[in-house]
Design a binder for this molecule. Structure first.
Ligand code: COA
Length: 169
């Protein structure tokens, strides 16, 4: 299993995993499948700023992790939100962890200082993974998602790197 930065050629494999989550599960709050065009545009917007990483097994994408803006206002610029998805056949085999072990240093090197994760509850595997990366539970927003007729609460986990204060302009 190779863990590496994502390229545009990985986008079909990424959206295959993402769209299964959108259509069949509750962890992703999308409701309509992501098109390749939308994925390309999100990848372009992220390029050079918000890292995306993939797990590749013999040419197939087994999982991906990425970060994205938390909020648009300028004072949120050192904060980013993470997401991670591993294809069902590969879950529980350490790939989520390996993806984050690549993504987290990349985010830190890129200058981010606060990492957030919003996790639709319940999701013990995701909760555990984020805690294993040093993130702390900071609270839950009740009933903020409505998907397939069900109200879903979202728990938030956070990590703050206080070193390198000089980067904070
Ligand atoms: C959540 C997800 C990304 C985790 O990735 P994974 O490759 O399955 O997880 P890993 O094998 O790397 O395990 C990571 C940690 O979670 C724990 N874990 C894995 N599956 C678990 C489960 N079902 N219940 C409790 N803990 C679990 C592991 O023991 C490990 O903790 P440890 O390092 O302390 O032993 C993956 O299961 C997934 O894609 N799920 C569907 C989509 C999703 O929920 N994404 C998260 C959106 S916030």
């Amino acid at each position: 299993m190779l863990i590496r930065g994502a390229t545009e050629a990985d986008l079909p494999g990424i959206i295959e995993i993402e769209n299964r989550e959108i259509l069949e599960n509750f962890a992703h709050f999308g409701q309509a499948p992501t098109t390749l065009e939308e994925a390309r545009s999100a990848f372009e917007r992220a390029r050079g700023k918000y890292p995306w990483v993939v797990a590749e097994d013999d040419g197939a994408i087994a999982g991906f992790a990425r970060c994205s803006p938390w909020k648009a206002r300028e004072s949120y610029r050192l904060t980013t939100e993470v997401g991670v998805y591993v294809c069902p056949e590969w879950q529980g085999q350490g790939i989520g962890r390996k993806l984050y072990e690549k993504l987290f240093p990349a985010m830190r090197e890129g200058g981010f200082r606060t990492i957030l994760a919003g996790i639709a509850q319940p999701n013990p595997a995701s909760n555990r993974l984020h805690e294993a990366m040093g993130m702390k539970f900071v609270g839950e927003l009740p009933s903020v998602g409505f998907k397939q007729g069900i109200w879903i609460s979202v728990g938030y986990w956070a990590l703050h790197w206080s070193a390198d204060e000089q980067v904070m302009k």
